[in-house]
Design a protein around this ligand. Structure first.
Ligand code: ATP
Ligand code: MG
Length: 195
Protein backbone atom coordinates (compact mmCIF):
# COMPACT_ATOMS: atom_id res chain seq x y z
CA UNK A 1 0.00 0.00 0.00
CA UNK A 2 1.40 3.42 -0.89
CA UNK A 3 1.97 5.55 2.15
CA UNK A 4 0.40 8.84 3.13
CA UNK A 5 3.19 10.94 4.56
CA UNK A 6 3.06 14.36 6.20
CA UNK A 7 6.16 16.54 6.05
CA UNK A 8 6.22 18.92 9.00
CA UNK A 9 9.32 21.03 8.66
CA UNK A 10 10.72 23.38 11.21
CA UNK A 11 13.66 24.74 13.07
CA UNK A 12 12.43 23.10 16.27
CA UNK A 13 14.62 25.30 18.44
CA UNK A 14 13.24 23.79 20.69
CA UNK A 15 10.35 21.46 19.76
CA UNK A 16 7.29 22.06 21.97
CA UNK A 17 3.77 20.81 22.60
CA UNK A 18 2.37 23.02 19.82
CA UNK A 19 4.39 21.00 17.31
CA UNK A 20 3.38 17.65 18.83
CA UNK A 21 -0.32 18.46 19.17
CA UNK A 22 -0.31 19.63 15.54
CA UNK A 23 1.47 16.53 14.26
CA UNK A 24 -0.74 13.97 15.99
CA UNK A 25 -3.96 15.79 15.10
CA UNK A 26 -3.09 16.22 11.43
CA UNK A 27 -2.04 12.59 11.29
CA UNK A 28 -5.39 11.54 12.71
CA UNK A 29 -7.52 13.91 10.63
CA UNK A 30 -5.92 12.97 7.30
CA UNK A 31 -5.25 9.31 8.15
CA UNK A 32 -1.56 9.66 7.54
CA UNK A 33 0.73 6.71 8.09
CA UNK A 34 3.54 8.94 9.18
CA UNK A 35 4.28 12.55 10.03
CA UNK A 36 7.95 13.45 9.77
CA UNK A 37 9.14 16.36 11.88
CA UNK A 38 11.90 17.43 9.53
CA UNK A 39 14.68 19.34 11.20
CA UNK A 40 15.91 22.20 9.02
CA UNK A 41 19.67 22.23 8.59
CA UNK A 42 20.13 25.89 7.82
CA UNK A 43 16.76 27.61 8.12
CA UNK A 44 17.69 30.20 5.50
CA UNK A 45 14.82 32.54 6.33
CA UNK A 46 15.99 32.78 9.94
CA UNK A 47 19.79 32.85 9.86
CA UNK A 48 20.18 36.61 10.02
CA UNK A 49 18.06 36.98 13.12
CA UNK A 50 19.84 35.05 15.87
CA UNK A 51 22.13 32.17 16.64
CA UNK A 52 20.39 28.89 15.81
CA UNK A 53 21.06 25.87 18.02
CA UNK A 54 23.29 23.25 16.38
CA UNK A 55 21.28 21.07 13.98
CA UNK A 56 22.34 17.82 15.66
CA UNK A 57 21.13 19.10 19.01
CA UNK A 58 17.83 20.20 17.49
CA UNK A 59 17.52 16.75 15.90
CA UNK A 60 18.26 15.07 19.26
CA UNK A 61 15.46 17.10 20.86
CA UNK A 62 12.97 16.19 18.11
CA UNK A 63 13.97 12.52 18.26
CA UNK A 64 13.33 12.57 22.02
CA UNK A 65 10.00 14.33 21.49
CA UNK A 66 8.64 11.69 19.09
CA UNK A 67 10.33 8.58 20.50
CA UNK A 68 7.21 7.16 22.14
CA UNK A 69 4.63 8.61 19.77
CA UNK A 70 3.21 6.20 17.19
CA UNK A 71 3.25 7.55 13.64
CA UNK A 72 5.62 10.43 14.31
CA UNK A 73 9.26 10.42 13.27
CA UNK A 74 12.21 12.80 13.44
CA UNK A 75 13.63 13.54 9.99
CA UNK A 76 17.27 14.24 9.28
CA UNK A 77 17.22 14.34 5.46
CA UNK A 78 17.88 18.09 5.44
CA UNK A 79 20.77 17.79 7.88
CA UNK A 80 22.30 14.94 5.88
CA UNK A 81 21.75 16.85 2.63
CA UNK A 82 23.63 19.83 4.07
CA UNK A 83 23.38 23.46 3.05
CA UNK A 84 20.17 25.46 3.13
CA UNK A 85 16.94 23.53 3.66
CA UNK A 86 14.37 23.76 0.89
CA UNK A 87 11.07 21.89 1.23
CA UNK A 88 10.93 21.35 -2.55
CA UNK A 89 14.13 19.27 -2.37
CA UNK A 90 12.98 17.34 0.69
CA UNK A 91 9.70 16.42 -1.00
CA UNK A 92 11.63 15.18 -4.04
CA UNK A 93 13.73 12.95 -1.77
CA UNK A 94 10.67 11.63 0.05
CA UNK A 95 8.96 10.87 -3.27
CA UNK A 96 12.03 8.99 -4.46
CA UNK A 97 12.33 6.98 -1.23
CA UNK A 98 8.60 6.16 -1.11
CA UNK A 99 7.33 5.45 -4.62
CA UNK A 100 3.63 6.15 -5.01
CA UNK A 101 3.33 7.90 -1.65
CA UNK A 102 0.89 10.77 -1.24
CA UNK A 103 2.70 13.70 0.32
CA UNK A 104 1.38 16.48 2.53
CA UNK A 105 3.27 19.59 3.62
CA UNK A 106 2.08 20.73 7.04
CA UNK A 107 2.47 24.38 8.02
CA UNK A 108 1.16 26.69 10.71
CA UNK A 109 -0.67 29.85 9.69
CA UNK A 110 2.44 32.01 10.06
CA UNK A 111 4.48 29.75 7.80
CA UNK A 112 1.62 29.48 5.28
CA UNK A 113 1.42 33.26 5.07
CA UNK A 114 4.94 33.33 3.66
CA UNK A 115 4.49 30.35 1.37
CA UNK A 116 5.13 32.28 -1.82
CA UNK A 117 8.53 33.39 -0.51
CA UNK A 118 9.70 29.76 -0.31
CA UNK A 119 12.31 28.53 -2.74
CA UNK A 120 10.46 26.88 -5.68
CA UNK A 121 7.11 27.01 -3.89
CA UNK A 122 5.30 25.96 -7.09
CA UNK A 123 7.17 22.68 -6.91
CA UNK A 124 6.14 22.24 -3.27
CA UNK A 125 2.51 22.78 -4.29
CA UNK A 126 2.83 20.32 -7.17
CA UNK A 127 4.45 17.59 -5.14
CA UNK A 128 2.21 17.81 -2.07
CA UNK A 129 -1.07 18.96 -0.64
CA UNK A 130 -0.54 21.89 1.69
CA UNK A 131 -2.08 21.44 5.10
CA UNK A 132 -2.53 24.63 7.08
CA UNK A 133 -3.16 24.55 10.82
CA UNK A 134 -4.31 27.32 13.13
CA UNK A 135 -1.93 29.37 15.13
CA UNK A 136 -3.05 32.30 17.23
CA UNK A 137 -3.43 35.29 14.92
CA UNK A 138 -5.10 35.80 11.58
CA UNK A 139 -6.00 32.64 9.64
CA UNK A 140 -4.54 32.79 6.15
CA UNK A 141 -6.18 31.88 2.88
CA UNK A 142 -3.99 30.56 0.11
CA UNK A 143 -4.72 31.20 -3.56
CA UNK A 144 -6.95 28.62 -5.28
CA UNK A 145 -4.14 27.70 -7.65
CA UNK A 146 -2.63 25.63 -4.83
CA UNK A 147 -4.03 22.33 -3.58
CA UNK A 148 -4.47 23.12 0.09
CA UNK A 149 -6.71 22.44 3.03
CA UNK A 150 -7.09 23.58 6.60
CA UNK A 151 -7.08 21.12 9.49
CA UNK A 152 -8.44 22.19 12.85
CA UNK A 153 -6.09 21.55 15.73
CA UNK A 154 -6.20 22.92 19.28
CA UNK A 155 -4.82 26.43 19.08
CA UNK A 156 -1.87 26.60 21.45
CA UNK A 157 -0.10 29.87 21.94
CA UNK A 158 3.29 28.24 22.40
CA UNK A 159 6.37 29.15 20.39
CA UNK A 160 10.07 28.32 20.43
CA UNK A 161 10.78 32.05 20.65
CA UNK A 162 8.82 32.30 23.90
CA UNK A 163 10.51 29.17 25.23
CA UNK A 164 14.00 30.53 24.51
CA UNK A 165 13.01 33.67 26.44
CA UNK A 166 11.80 31.51 29.31
CA UNK A 167 15.13 29.71 29.49
CA UNK A 168 16.94 33.03 29.40
CA UNK A 169 14.78 34.52 32.16
CA UNK A 170 14.68 31.37 34.27
CA UNK A 171 10.91 30.99 33.92
CA UNK A 172 9.45 27.44 33.76
CA UNK A 173 9.16 25.58 30.47
CA UNK A 174 7.35 22.68 32.16
CA UNK A 175 4.27 21.39 30.32
CA UNK A 176 5.13 23.52 27.28
CA UNK A 177 7.96 21.12 26.41
CA UNK A 178 7.76 17.39 27.12
CA UNK A 179 10.05 15.80 29.71
CA UNK A 180 12.18 13.81 27.22
CA UNK A 181 13.01 17.08 25.44
CA UNK A 182 13.81 18.82 28.70
CA UNK A 183 16.19 15.95 29.48
CA UNK A 184 18.07 16.52 26.19
CA UNK A 185 18.24 20.26 26.90
CA UNK A 186 19.71 19.48 30.33
CA UNK A 187 22.20 16.95 29.03
CA UNK A 188 23.63 19.26 26.34
CA UNK A 189 23.16 22.35 28.49
CA UNK A 190 21.26 24.10 25.71
CA UNK A 191 19.72 27.57 26.02
CA UNK A 192 22.04 28.61 28.82
CA UNK A 193 22.67 31.86 26.97
CA UNK A 194 19.60 31.86 24.78
CA UNK A 195 18.99 34.91 22.63
P1 ATP B 1 10.14 30.24 16.40
O1 ATP B 1 9.37 30.99 17.44
O2 ATP B 1 11.59 30.09 16.68
O3 ATP B 1 9.84 30.68 14.98
P2 ATP B 1 8.14 28.17 16.24
O4 ATP B 1 7.49 27.87 17.55
O5 ATP B 1 7.39 29.04 15.28
O6 ATP B 1 9.59 28.72 16.50
P3 ATP B 1 9.12 26.59 14.10
O7 ATP B 1 10.16 25.55 14.22
O8 ATP B 1 9.45 27.92 13.52
O9 ATP B 1 8.50 26.79 15.57
O10 ATP B 1 7.83 26.03 13.36
C1 ATP B 1 7.77 24.88 12.60
C2 ATP B 1 6.34 24.72 12.10
O11 ATP B 1 5.47 24.51 13.22
C3 ATP B 1 5.78 25.96 11.37
O12 ATP B 1 4.96 25.51 10.31
C4 ATP B 1 4.94 26.63 12.44
O13 ATP B 1 3.88 27.40 11.90
C5 ATP B 1 4.41 25.43 13.20
N1 ATP B 1 4.09 25.73 14.59
C6 ATP B 1 4.94 26.21 15.53
N2 ATP B 1 4.30 26.37 16.70
C7 ATP B 1 3.02 26.01 16.50
C8 ATP B 1 1.85 25.98 17.33
N3 ATP B 1 1.89 26.38 18.61
N4 ATP B 1 0.70 25.53 16.79
C9 ATP B 1 0.66 25.17 15.48
N5 ATP B 1 1.72 25.16 14.65
C10 ATP B 1 2.89 25.58 15.15
MG1 MG C 1 8.35 29.91 13.62
Amino acid sequence: MPLRIGLFGGTFDPPHVGHLVTAVNVRHALELDLVILMVANVPWQKIDDRRITDAEHRHAMVAAAVADVPGLAAGRHEIDHGGPSYTADTLATLAQDNPGATLFTIVGDDAAAGFETWERYEEVAERSTLVVVDRPGEPVTLPDQFRWERVEVPRLDVSSTDLRRRFRDGRPADFLITDPVLAVIESFQLYRNAQ
